[in-house]
Structure formats: structure tokens, C-alpha cells
Design a protein. Sequence first.
Length: 609
Amino acid sequence: MCGIVGYIGTQQAGHLLLEGLTRLEHRGYDSAGVAVLGASGSALKVAKQAGRVRDLTEGLPKRFSGRVGIGHTRWATHGPATDANAHPHTDAKRDVAVVHNGIIDNASTLRRLLADDGVDLVSDTDTEVLAHLIARSESDTLEGRVADALALIEGTYGVAVVHADFPDRIVVARNGSPLIIGVGDKEMHVASDLAALVRYTTTVAHLDDGEMATLTATGFTTYRQDLTATANRAQTIDIDPSAYDAGDEGGSFMHREIHEQPRSTERVLRGRLDERFGTAHLGGLNMDARETRAIRRVKILGCGSAYYVGQMGASLVEELARIPADAEAASEFRYRNPIIEPDTLYVAVSQSGETIDTLLAVQEIRRKGGRVIGLVNVVGSAIARECDGGIYLHAGPEVAVASTKALTNMFLGFALLALQLGRVRDLSIADGKRLIAGLNRLPEQIAELLEREDELAEAAARLAEADSLFFIGRVRGFPVAREGAQKFKEITYRHAEAYQTSELKHGPLALIDESVPTVALVPTDELTDRNVGAMHEIAARRGPLVVVTHEDVDLGELDAVRIDVPRNERELDPILLTIPLQLLAYHAALRLGLDIDKPRNLAKSVTVE
Ligand code: AGP
């Protein structure tokens, strides 16, 4: 949430910062700004405004030169998206410029104190106080001034600071919001996300919480907030920069990411399946067989779609390993003073590895002595680093706000976990091998489904006309319905509600008429007949139906759009049922002419509570 970039080196900073911001826009896109510093003695130049990075680029003053600078793309927390609230924020004399990601919890107290002291606050933001506090510090160094200001602040932050009196440096600090330093040739970069760095360098250092750094054109140093040195070193990472390039020919990352799934699913499975013993090998869990056998419960925590996939994962664990498992929204978990049990395995699931609610849940569990593993996509992210072990999802960079390929790999991560847990318990070798064969079939089956995009686009066109829709499913299908509704509402802004098919008659059926379509999940399973019965009840009330089902399901004389998905092992059904729902949401949003990758009010990583 909110993107930060910084550059110091031999090139003009302005255009590099704007390019970096364009690549970070998925983190927040309601306003953007940059500040640059020229040669010693020259004034700080700031350009910022509400709107997208492209608006800022078009409006950038002609004379905007400087080889040091910082930039920001905002997702509003304090105050609406206005020019004044856009970052960077400055002090009254315009010596200091600050960009910030996070939330300053004691901002209103600090704003009051500053105002009482005669400071004229020109924005509604929490961040502005930082600029004034840095300006008021009497330390001789910029590092000291920033540390003085941070000492007064409660909350989370990734910050980058430039100062007209110290034009040879950028000072950055992290507490809860990611910051990555990129080492170039006679230049240094900093950003809140690798997306902004990989075009320039793959030699990077992740700052730790509580750590600060000074970047000069020739290198960087890291230290704690008491200014004592730390030993953070840059490492070269293996990453394909083109993975962060703009979306496919339609221009959408979401479409590209949906179509990457045949390959990305192969990556999460690669090297982890043991066909001989019908099990999975997950070395990163950091648990031996005795510890694995001692697990009595599995508790999965995630937010939004990661929570819904967590529910799919809980079913997998219960079915395959016969361990009681459930999923809970990480955002609620720690507020109900949960009982942390030593024989429970806690699983945090997150694409970004940054979601603050999930991170705080992990910290709460670990504080109370619980063991947490992470199912995380972004390598080296805060959640990955905080956990006792984990499974990297290897989905590759995911840029679209609506998550697709990462969720699919989360499901497969749970399948691998359930397989490994199951095989040290009662899961037979035959069942283990059956599951492995099913997992190996999945990439091709996903590819097969994606080839039927036109069919799904047609169905989506009808759904796009409705103001309100239901997504329904039962047991394994219910989390799929929740995820389908989530994806649809997220990018089409239509009201989409998920319900258990079995619960329809207990209330929501009252809403069904010809204007309210239902997307129903009717796989071949022990509930098929009951589900088909419910479809007829909806049709009898003239409710339009899209039924996502298997070829062998007999829907009778039902008036419905039918989408058959390939059959796999029943435990793996949820993921093949989910793929068409991604395309339904995508094509409905496309038809409505919406900005698919950057839906209103949302951001890719939710780093504020
Ligand atoms: C998914 O489409 C959503 N954008 C959102 O619900 C997301 O899954 C959630 O915010 C969790 O993100 P994470 O996986 O990065 O933790």
C-alpha cells in the first residue's frame, strides 16, 4: 500500500522516479509526487498531484533537474486524494521532503503539538508531521535528524527523506512497511517493491524493521535508530525483470496472470512431489517427522482471497491428513485474544507477504509460543521472514490487484502440505499416488480451460448487465463461491454475494428474480443431486443461471449457461472450479470498460490495519 521510490546517482532523477512509480502504481493510485535535489545550494523541487502517475508526468515542470530524489504513489489513509495530501510532504521552509508508507498512530497528537507551536500544517495527512519534526531536530546530520523524528512517532513506516542541506544522500527507515535498496553502477535506488528496481539492478538489500540506511551515489550503510551500525549486505537475486513488464496485448496484468497459470502451477509443484512414496517433500517447513506427527490442529490465517483459499486448504488438510483444520480472517484473529496451542500448526497465507493483518497475527502467535509456517509468494517478504518455516509459492510476480495465479498456487501449496501431513498419518500410499497423479494433471487441465475463454466471455457479458449476483456452492464449493464473488465485486463493482447453496431457502431465495443471476458450482460429488435440485428452484423463480459443473452432471431440462470444467481427483476440484470464475470477472469488467488492474479504492498490498 503506497509505493516509494528513491534515486541517487549520475542520471537525472525525475524521469527514473516517474518510471519507478509507474511500476509501483498497483500499490496505490490516487495521487503521486516526486521531489528532486540539484547541486549543493539549490532548492528542493517538488511536483505532486491527485490522480495517476501519467497525470503527474504530463504536468511535470520543464525545469525539474536533479540527481537525487524521492517519489510516492498514494493509497489514501489520512485525508482524501487531493494535491495537498499527495506526497512528498515538506516542512515550511521546503528544506526537507518525506515520502511515507504506513500509518503514524499518534499523528493527531503530534499535529496538535506542532500547531500549538505555530507550525502551519498544510495537509490532512499523518506524514506531514514527519517533515516538520525532521526540520526541527537540532542534530548535525540528516541521519540524526530523521532518527530524532522517528523516536517521536508511533506506528508503521517505510520512509525516504531528502534534505536541501544534505544533497549527497537519501536517508530511509523501515518499521513494518517494506523497503528494498538496489545497488547500481555509481547509483543507488530504493523502493518499496522489487517491481521498481529490477530494470536497474538485481543486487538488493531488504531493510529490516527498526533499521535505517543512508544511500549515496557510491553505496549504502545501514544502522539502527540509535545510529549503531548493522551488517545488512546486498545480494544478487535470481529474477526475470520481464516478469514485471506491462500486461499482455490487452494491456492487462490480470489477463496475463490468469494465462500464466499452466506454467506457474508447474513451478510450485516442481521438485516437491515424491511419486515413489506418494508424498510431498517440503524442506522449508523446518519440522521433523516427529514434530509433524505431533500436530493436532491446523489453523490457517489470511485476508481476503487468501482467507478463502485458506478455507479450501483447511478442507484439503482435513480430508487428506484427517487433522481438524479451519481458516480464519487474520484481520479478526488477534482481536479476540485467541488461545494459542502448542500442538496446533498455524499457517499464514499471503501473496505479498506484507499484509499487515496477517503479519500481526503471525507475530501474536509467535509471541505466545505458537509455531507458524507461511505460504507466501514474495521471497524475503516480512511474513516469510517472520515465520518458523514455510512454502514459497513460486507464482512469479503478481501485479494485478485481483489475485489469480498466486491464489491457485496457494491452493497447491495446501495440497502439498496436506499430502505431507497425511502421509505421516493415515493417508495410504495409494491415495498419495492418486493425489500426485491428479496434481500432475492440473497444469494441462488449466490450459485446456483457458482455451475456452470465448465461451466464458459470452457468459460474462450477461452477468455484467446485472447490478447484483449470487455465487453459490456447497462444502468444497463454498470457498470457491466466496472467491468467485470476491473477484467479481473487486473488479466489476457489482454486488456479488456468496452463499452456501443449502442456505438459499433460508433467506436469499427471496431476492431471486430475472434480474439477479446466480453463478452456481455443481461438481460431481455426494451433493450433486441436491445441488441440481437447488438450480431448478432458482430457475422456477426465473433466476438466470451460470452453472460451473462437470460433464457427467445431468442438469435435466434446466435453462442455464453451462460451463464444464475438466474432472480431476475430487479433493482438487476447487481449483479447477475457480479458474472460470476468474475469467467471468475479468470479461465482465472488460465489457464494463473498467480499469481491471487497478480497481477503485483498492491496492495490491494492504500494509495498513
Ligand atoms: C485478492 O484478489 C484481493 N486483492 C485481496 O483480497 C488479497 O487477496 C488480500 O488483500 C490478501 O493479500 P495477500 O495475499 O498479499 O496477503
